[in-house]
Structure formats: C-alpha cells, structure tokens
Design a protein around this ligand. Structure first.
Ligand code: HEM
Length: 136
C-alpha cells in the first residue's frame, strides 16, 4: 500500500508541474505578438499539455487504487474527490484554451491568465490539508 501511495504522490506532483506551468505559458502567449516567439510558445504548450495528460492518468489511477482497492475513505475523501473533479475540469479547460490559441481566437488577457494560474494552487492546498489532516 505504501508503494501505491508513493507512486500516487510522485505522479500527483508531476501532474501539478504541468498544471502550474501551462497557464504561465498562456500568460506569455497572451502578451506575445512576434510570430516566431508565438510558434515556439505554442509548441511548448502543446508538448506540455500532452505530457501532463499522460501524468494525470497514473496519478488518478493510483489514487483510485488506494480508495477502492484498500478502502481508505471518509468524509475528507468525498470532499477531496469533489476538488479532483474540479482539477480534471481545469486540466480539460487548459486543453480548450490551447486550441483557441492555436486557432488565433484567444479571448482572454494576460492578466486573466495570471488569475487563472492561481486556481491549482488553491486546490492543492485544500486537497493536501484534507488528505493529511482528515478533518471530517
Ligand atoms: C481520483 C483522484 C484521487 C483519489 C481517488 C485519491 C485517493 C487517495 C487516497 C485513498 C489516499 C490515501 C490516504 C491515506 O492513506 O491516508 C491518498 C493519498 C494522497 N493523495 Fe490522493 N487521491 C486522488 C487524487 C489526488 C490529487 C489530485 C492530489 C493532489 C492535489 C492528491 C494528494 C494526495 C496526497 C498528498 C496523499 C498522501 C497523504 C498521506 O500520506 O497522508 N491525491 N489519495
């Protein structure tokens, strides 16, 4: 069980590296007018989105294994799952925003993306407090 939990944490951390960095690329894309620089940022964003999607799958799979396989549950787990659903929605949202940048139809300012970038931080803090302290 401890190996499954270790792998869960490793993939969660790796997934979050992408969730923190991709919106930062979006901030730069929303400010960048020069076409070569935009092309480079778009390539980075595409590769990062593909990579973080590959990392999200084992992060969730090992979490489900801990929950359903070892029966570790409680009120905290249900609250955590709610936040994980929001996180998966955020991840999917990043994919849609990337498609808009690729199509040249981005509608948001760099300031909007800076706020957008803060949401995973709030979710991470809440999830870690829930899973470590198990307050309910
Ligand atoms: C469907 C998704 C997920 C499920 C079903 C899940 C389930 C679990 C379970 C059952 C544990 C073991 C808790 C214990 O032994 O006390 C655990 C540990 C942990 N999970 Fe998740 N998890 C999921 C996603 C996440 C995400 C997205 C994060 C980060 C934001 C996360 C962070 C952690 C951490 C830090 C631990 C270790 C806690 C400890 O050792 O006390 N998990 N997870």
């Amino acid at each position: 069980m401890l190996l499954v939990k270790s792998l869960h944490i490793v993939f969660v951390v790796s997934w979050f590296a992408g969730l923190f960095y991709l919106p930062r690329i979006f901030v730069n894309l929303a400010m960048e007018d020069e076409s070569a620089a935009r092309a480079r940022l778009l390539l980075m964003a595409r590769k990062l989105y593909r990579f973080m999607t590959i990392l999200a799958l084992p992060a969730i799979a090992f979490g489900l294994w801990l929950w359903l396989g070892y029966g570790i549950t409680g009120g905290w787990m249900h609250a955590k799952l709610g936040l994980v659903v929001v996180l998966i929605g955020y991840h999917h949202g990043c994919g849609r925003l990337l498609k808009r940048f690729e199509a040249g139809t981005n509608r948001h300012s760099h300031r909007w993306y800076r706020w957008f970038n803060e949401l995973p931080v709030l979710i991470l803090v809440a999830v870690v407090i829930l899973v470590v302290m198990k307050p309910f």
